[in-house]
Design a protein around this ligand. Structure first.
Ligand code: PEP
Length: 254
């Protein structure tokens, strides 16, 4: 963590939650945030689209940010089932995740599409959280830096800056598996991403841009991961489905 970048602790609920438990969890976290007061870290909840309105209502005035898990790259049009970034902004979202490895795998999303989605998010006034990360086979082949840097170069849109872009480094093999890279490995990849960002954008953006770690972040490993110099928060999947666990992770950041 650095003094200059406020840690962001983001919960990706994925396709989990119904109205009752989703709103309840959000209210629980909102109460804790209000009791804590500002400073230390920012918290973001990214529920499924069906829960955005209810979660948005539950966290109103708590300081917790609302985000979505995906958006379309067009503002409107004949795209059945899709939701645009402008529509998410209408609902009170401030952030949207794009290029999560599950979307890259399940929906065949490539860097060009992720780039277009991130550009649309930024144009709609949202902060785009662009996900990158290598598979286990790529790591075993020694290709981590090449793959992750390539994804960042392909997925970060023109016009991105420290205020409208967050990168999430999520090794695919660490997501939902209980396995994580070592702290030294995480720090090395994050530093490499920051150096890559300097090439894609400029030194100021690279220095200010938050790079989150994601992949089996739990209360037990959060303090170590979040203490790393180039780790500026976490993108948390499974553990964000428990208010106690997610709060323990967030407070490990500050
Ligand atoms: C994720 O999918 O964004 C994620 C990090 O999941 P988990 O924390 O469950 O590994």
């Amino acid at each position: 963590m650095s003094q200059q970048r406020t840690p962001l602790i983001a919960g990706n609920w994925k396709m989990n939650g119904r109205l009752e438990d989703g709103a309840e969890r959000a209210e629980d976290l909102a109460g804790r945030m209000q009791a804590k007061g500002g400073g230390g870290f920012q918290m973001l909840l990214c529920p499924p689209a069906t829960l955005l309105t209810a979660v948005g209502a539950a966290i109103a005035d708590s300081g917790i940010f609302l985000g979505a898990q995906d958006c379309h790259f067009n503002d409107s049009g004949a795209h059945t089932g899709d939701i645009s970034a402008a529509m998410l902004a209408d609902l009170g979202c401030s952030h949207v995740i794009v290029g999560h490895s599950e979307r890259r795998a399940d929906h065949g999303e490539n860097d060009a599409l992720v780039n277009a989605k991130a550009a649309a998010a930024i144009a709609a006034g949202l902060i785009a959280i662009v996900c990158v990360g290598e598979t286990e086979a790529q790591r075993d082949a020694g290709e981590t830096n090449q793959v992750v840097a390539g994804q960042a170069r392909g997925s970060v849109p023109d016009g991105a800056n420290a205020g409208n872009l967050v990168i999430a480094y999520e090794p695919v093999w660490a997501i939902g598996t209980g396995r994580t890279p070592t702290a030294a490995e995480v720090q090395a990849v994050h530093a490499m991403i920051r150096a890559t960002m300097a090439g894609i954008t400029n030194d100021q953006t690279a220095a200010g841009c938050r790079i989150l770690y994601g992949g089996s972040v739990k209360p037990g490993n959060a303090a170590e991961l979040l203490s790393l110099a180039d780790v500026d928060g976490g993108l948390v999947g499974g553990a964000s489905l428990s208010a106690d666990d997610f709060w323990a992770i967030a407070t490990a950041a500050g």
